[in-house]
Design a protein around this ligand. Structure first.
Ligand code: PSU
Ligand code: MN
Length: 307
C-alpha cells in the first residue's frame, strides 16, 4: 500500500487512534462535480450526514501541497470556492505536492489515501468508469484500476449513465473488485435507479456489509476494493425520459466542443445540472447524502465488530 505523507484533522486523528468509526469523503465532487455556490453547502451537509449516523467524516484533499485527511471548514471552503483547484487522481498527487498546489481528490486518489490512513469505508456519489467510445479513446477512469489494489469499501450509486455501464462492470470483474448491491440485485445508474445490469450479490443491512468486510480479511481477499451499490428509490430518481434526452444532448456537445481527458466527467455533470434546471443537482445531492448515511452505518457496524 502507499505510504503517503498525511496531515490529519484533529477529530479524525482522535477517532482513528480510539478505533471509532470514520468515513472518508472525496473533494472532487465538491470542487468539480457540483456547481457553485451549492457545492460548499452540500459538502457540509455530507459531513453532517456522516455525523448524524454516528461516525466521523474525513474529507480528503490537498491544500498548498499538503495532503489532508479531515479538512477543516476553512480548508473545505477554500477547495469549494478558490480558483485553480486541480482535479487530482493518484498519479497527480506527487506533482501537486511538490508544486504546492491546491487539489481535490477523485475516487481513485481518495481511496488510496484513505486506505493508507487506515480508513475502511468511503462514501461518494458515483464511481468513475469506462466511458462510451472507450474502444477508440481508451478513456477509462483510474478509479477502476486503483480499486483493484486498494483495500476499501466504497458506497456509491453505481456509475453514471454517462458511462458505458456494462463495460464498467466487466472491467470491475476483470480487476477483481467486489460489487454488492444494497438491497438490490440491479446495478444502479446514479441518476437513475436501475443501470440496466444484474448483480450477483445483494446485502440488506450495514451489519451484513460489516460481515463481508470481516470475511474479506479472514480469507485474505481484502487487498482490493469492495463496491457497495446503493440505488436511489425509484420515486427519487431523475425522470428517465429527461435523463435520456439530457444525456444525448450532453454527449453531442462533448464531441462538438472537443472535450477529452479528465474534463469529460465535470463537463457532462455541469451539462446535466444546467440542462435540467437543477433537477439533476437535487438528485445528485440526495444520492450523496444517502450514501454518506449508509457508509457511516457500515463504519459503525464494522467498529462494533472490532470492539
Ligand atoms: N461521480 C459523480 N460526481 C463526480 C465524480 C464522479 O457523481 O464529481 C468524480 C469523482 O471524483 C470520480 C471522478 O472519481 O469524477 C472520475 O473522473 P474521471 O472519469 O476523469 O476518472
Ligand atoms: Mn477519463
Amino acid at each position: 500500500m502507499n505510504n503517503f505523507h498525511i496531515r490529519y484533522g484533529t477529530e479524525v486523528a482522535d477517532a482513528l487512534r480510539d478505533g471509532r468509526p470514520v468515513v472518508a469523503l472525496e473533494s472532487t465532487i465538491v470542487s468539480h462535480g457540483l456547481p457553485r455556490p451549492d457545492n460548499l453547502r452540500v459538502a457540509r451537509q455530507i459531513e453532517q450526514a456522516v455525523r448524524d449516523a454516528g461516525a466521523v467524516p474525513a474529507t480528503i484533499g490537498m491544500v498548498s501541497g499538503r495532503l489532508v485527511v479531515g479538512l477543516d471548514d476553512a480548508e473545505l471552503t477554500r477547495l469549494a470556492t478558490a480558483d485553480g483547484v486541480t482535479k487530482l487522481s493518484v498519479r497527480d498527487l506527487a506533482v501537486a505536492a511538490a508544486t504546492g498546489a491546491d487539489g481535490a481528490t477523485t475516487v481513485a486518489a481518495t481511496s488510496a489515501v484513505a486506505a493508507a490512513a487506515g480508513i475502511g469505508v468511503f462514501a461518494t456519489g458515483g464511481l468513475g468508469g469506462v466511458h462510451r467510445e472507450a474502444a477508440q479513446t481508451f478513456d477509462e477512469s483510474a478509479d477502476l484500476v486503483t480499486l483493484a489494489r486498494t483495500p476499501i469499501a466504497v458506497v456509491c450509486a453505481g456509475v453514471k449513465s454517462i458511462l458505458d455501464v456494462g463495460a464498467t462492470l466487466e472491467r470491475l470483474e476483470t480487476l477483481g473488485v467486489g460489487v454488492v448491491g444494497y438491497r438490490t440485485r440491479r446495478f444502479p445508474g446514479f441518476f437513475v435507479t436501475d443501470g440496466g445490469f444484474d448483480l450477483d450479490w445483494s446485502v440488506d443491512s450495514p451489519e451484513r456489509v460489516a460481515d463481508v468486510l470481516a470475511a474479506r480479511e479472514q480469507h485474505g481477499v481484502h487487498r482490493g476494493g469492495l463496491i457497495v451499490a446503493n440505488p436511489l428509490p425509484t420515486d427519487e430518481q431523475l425522470d428517465p425520459d429527461l435523463h435520456d434526452r439530457t444525456l444525448a444532448e450532453g454527449l453531442a456537445r462533448l464531441e462538438r466542443d472537443g472535450v477529452t481527458g479528465k474534463a469529460v466527467t465535470p463537463y457532462l455533470l455541469a451539462h446535466f445540472h444546467s440542462a435540467t434546471e437543477g433537477a439533476s443537482l437535487a438528485v445528485n445531492v440526495r444520492i450523496i447524502l444517502r450514501n454518506a448515511d449508509l457508509a457511516a452505518r457500515i463504519a459503525v457496524a464494522a467498529a462494533a465488530r472490532r470492539a
